[in-house]
Design a protein around this ligand. Sequence first.
Ligand SMILES: Cc1cc2nc3c(=O)[nH]c(=O)nc-3n(C[C@H](O)[C@H](O)[C@H](O)COP(=O)(O)OP(=O)(O)OC[C@H]3O[C@@H](n4cnc5c(N)ncnc54)[C@H](O)[C@@H]3O)c2cc1C
Length: 520
Amino acid sequence: MTKSDVKNSFHQMHSAPETTPLRILIVGGGTAGWMTAAALSRVLPPRVAQIRLVESEAIGTVGVGEATVPHIRFFNQRLGFDEADFMAKTQATFKLGIEFRNWGRVGDAYLHPFGAFGQNLIGVPFHQHWVRAHRAGRAGGIEHWSLPILAARAGKFAHPDPDLASPLSTYSYAYQFDATLYAAYLRAYAEARSVQRTEGRIVDVRQNGESGFVETVTLENGEHVAADLFVDCSGFRGLLIEQTLQAGYEEWSHWLPCDRAWAAPCPTAGPVTPYTRATAHTAGWFWRIPLQHRVGNGHVYSSRFTGDEQARADLLAQLESEPAAEPKQLRFVTGKRRRQWSKNVVSIGLASGFLEPLESTSIHLIQLAIGYLIDYLPDRGFDPMNETEFNRIMALEYERVRDFLILHYHATQRDDSPFWDYCRTMEIPDSLAYRMELFRERGVVAQYREGMFLDASWLAVFFGQNVLPQRYDPASDRLAEHELADRMDRIRGDYAAAVQTLPSHDAFLQQIGARGAAAR
Ligand SMILES: Cc1cc2nc3c(=O)[nH]c(=O)nc-3n(C[C@H](O)[C@H](O)[C@H](O)COP(=O)(O)OP(=O)(O)OC[C@H]3O[C@@H](n4cnc5c(N)ncnc54)[C@H](O)[C@@H]3O)c2cc1C
């Protein structure tokens, strides 16, 4: 298991069970609520915890989280999901990465792949050799040394080869799915494991007069629901964490100025591509997420730099087919709660903060929070150390994702609109400035314990947006020029040949029985 496998699967509860089960109330039944319910019901038997979830159909869910990162596979595996069944029931497709269009300059296109570039040669990271060859004018784009990029561009997919000697072992993958169907899939799982679901709107919250701990929530029908631990998955409103406990919000919109989105699905025109697309526009960007039965589209934009009607018209103008529904508008404030866990309330999902979906990270942040909640699950004593550590780690995870997102906006050469002028010239967090300076100096990506994006992701965006280091690792010079050229050519040839052997994405979905009913 790799470091991220460990970090991103959720762990067995290690504290000794108490005699009376801990009463856990999950507030909200969106992706966050049902992921939490499914995971907790998987690791906490009923004698340890009684889990109940309250949701309100009248309020509804956001339901647009459709693209994910590879860690979701560990989550699903931990729950014991059968991949083909899960994919068929959620209309899911495979995802090898994200294509970014027009981010560095208008007309540029690069892919952030789920996989490494090339192979280390003489113990030196491949990209250092590539920079050397590129500077000498002897290398094509680095995408030729990425199996997932080549496969994505060719519309091909198969599971990675477990034989580590094969070029087909050099990538990972995620899914694109219908978020509403995923929540329903998780719900069936959780309810089968004793999670009690209550339909109803919470209209009041009662706190202990002394400690301020939440004691009960009151439903519209007058029922008071008591619990020991409350998990706030109530979405942007943060019913318990903010409206009741006033945890405070750290806003980051000066670095990530987009604050609204229009979303609209349309029918699929042509084969289903195994990757998400993010196309930069004059005051934001468009997403395109291909599912089996439809394509999810959206326009994320900054209301400081464009109007709502213009943004809506821009989205509709670039759809590949007629919209299948009226565009839906969403508003958000980028940032996170100052305390994501406060007293006996732990917030997860949109209730805990929001980072735009540019790198499909929201569901992953939900997964991380669930994992850390299980790691630091309190008993009725609520030792504050659990809260402190959870908040420390989650703050770092959010900040690392934030920096990676800001990089996409800031490392641009675009000067064709006031929005891009702002992003190109804005002050950036010190933590990101440090990373960019280190990379520019010697092509090294700074490594930290927390943070989901590893070297290959940062390299993809740096290179894709024309940020190149001033020099390469001199250890590369131990290989003579012709030797380096031969070895790079061989890897490139092996990758190109390996991709030829893969089936098309559509054929592979069919082959493993992952086709959903509407898409067969
Ligand atoms: C424009 C946009 C695009 C996105 N794209 C992606 C993406 O591609 N990938 C990704 O990973 N994430 C994406 N996300 C994020 C993703 O949608 C969310 O992280 C995910 O849906 C989780 O939402 P949630 O469950 O926290 O909240 P919600 O879906 O809002 O659910 C809130 C729940 O709380 C309940 N509730 C609220 N108040 C009450 C009350 N008073 N009483 C009872 N129940 C109540 C509601 O009924 C609902 O069940 C996107 C988000 C936006 C805004």
